[in-house]
Design a protein around this ligand. Structure first.
Ligand SMILES: C[S@@+](CC[C@H](N)C(=O)[O-])C[C@H]1O[C@@H](n2cnc3c(N)ncnc32)[C@H](O)[C@@H]1O
Length: 369
């Protein structure tokens, strides 16, 4: 049904084709489009033609997204690295000119990095995906204060000049940059549903807080398990979306409802934990779709690590791996693995980070005093 700005299907996920939804929406009615499109290439990808057909379909969707985006709006398109029998198909590179041809303006090419994944045998293992950010005009929203992250050296001060002694960085935190490391929603992730490629909620939250305000409207034409809708709702924004696959559409509706199904089952552990915390009921009464053990575990017993923690861990690991490579090249002594503490025992990364920061701050203090 054709809609106008007064009767938009707000806070609904329609079980239909994305083009059907989009073609019914009026011009300039949403503030943000955020999505990860399907890769309909799968194993059927055998010829250039299949890729060209896929890109033509995506172009039709993106033209519609551009039409319905407000002048102040943004579009984020998350695209995986696609590989067919070892041959790389750099989809983000193919999408870039398509987005430009939709009269959108590029702002960032965000790298969503991974610490883990398959180990390739005949090329470098793939450890990132891409998120392309485009805006409709130069008059776009960017709420940096809503998404600041801690400075690496919070107490760093000017050491000369007329600002000597004053903090040299913003104490409220820094811009998070364009390398993101939100943990992939796979095993042991409390948000994991039956959907094979979910967005982490925090990744969507960063996009949404940076580029929209309360009551703004967020569109995801490929809703999957409904992550965009859940995050929009949690941050007092409206959502509109479509999902073609009934089983994922059901998961999205169950996530949004927050209630157990008639069998006492939830779509994921996060929804289950939220429910028992809200109602005070025993967690033992419920289960969730991807449950492995007999019992769901309480949130208070779970360990959560911030994105900052994972970034630091990845940085440390890359520095260590490259120092081993360099030592090997030069025939020097191989450095000890800091994770193994030189004696085969694991050390807590958190302690290592605190220790490293303290050491650097001590050195800086000595230099400036
Ligand atoms: C990569 S997944 C999106 C996952 C989502 N970001 C989440 O967090 O769960 C893409 C989704 O698009 C759906 N899909 C594929 N073609 C579609 C179409 N033409 N219209 C609507 N949905 C479609 C698929 O069923 C799949 O669930």
């Amino acid at each position: 049904m054709k809609t106008n700005k007064e009767n938009l299907p707000l806070d609904e996920i329609l079980l239909e084709d994305s083009l059907q939804l989009l073609s019914n929406l009026p011009d300039e009615c949403v503030d943000l489009v955020v999505s990860s499109p399907p890769y309909n290439l799968g194993k059927e990808y055998e010829s250039r033609q299949a890729l060209e057909i896929y890109l033509a379909e995506q172009t039709a969707v993106l033209l519609e997204c551009s039409r319905i985006l407000k002048n102040t709006g943004s579009l984020f398109w998350q695209i995986g690295a696609f590989s067919d029998r070892g041959m790389l198909i750099p989809l983000d590179i193919r999408f870039f000119p398509i987005l430009e041809s939709c009269r959108l303006i590029p702002r960032n090419r965000i790298i969503w990095a991974r610490q883990h994944g398959l180990h390739a045998q005949k090329k470098f293992s793939c450890r990132h995906e891409t998120i392309l950010w485009f805006t409709k005009s130069d008059n776009y929203k960017f709420n940096l204060d809503a998404i600041r992250v801690p400075q690496k050296y919070q107490n760093k001060k000017h050491y000369r000049g007329n600002r000597k002694g004053e903090l040299s960085c913003n104490p409220e935190g820094k811009n998070p940059g364009d390398i993101w490391l939100f943990r992939n929603v796979k095993h042991n992730h409390e948000e994991q549903t039956i959907h094979p490629c979910q967005f982490p909620e925090d990744l969507v939250a960063r996009i949404l807080l940076a580029t929209t305000n309360e009551n703004d409207i967020i569109l995801d034409p490929f809703m999957g398990s409904g992550t965009t809708a859940v995050v929009a709702r949690d941050h007092k924004r409206h959502f509109i979306g479509s999902e073609m696959e009934p089983k994922y559409h059901q998961v999205a509706l169950r996530r949004l409802s927050g209630n157990p199904d008639p069998n006492g089952c939830f779509p994921n552990l996060k929804t289950l934990r939220d429910y028992v915390e809200k109602t005070g009921q025993s967690i033992d009464k419920f289960k969730f779709d991807m449950q492995v053990g007999n019992k769901a575990s309480e949130r208070s017993k779970a360990k959560f690590y911030s994105e900052e923690y994972h970034l630091q861990e990845m940085e440390d690991r890359l520095i260590y791996e490259e120092s081993v490579f360099a030592a090997n090249l030069r025939g020097e002594e191989i450095p000890l693995d800091p994770k193994l503490n030189g004696n085969g025992k694991k050390t807590s990364l958190q302690n290592q980070i605190v220790k490293q920061v303290e050491e650097v701050e001590q050195i800086e203090l000595r230099l400036w005093s």
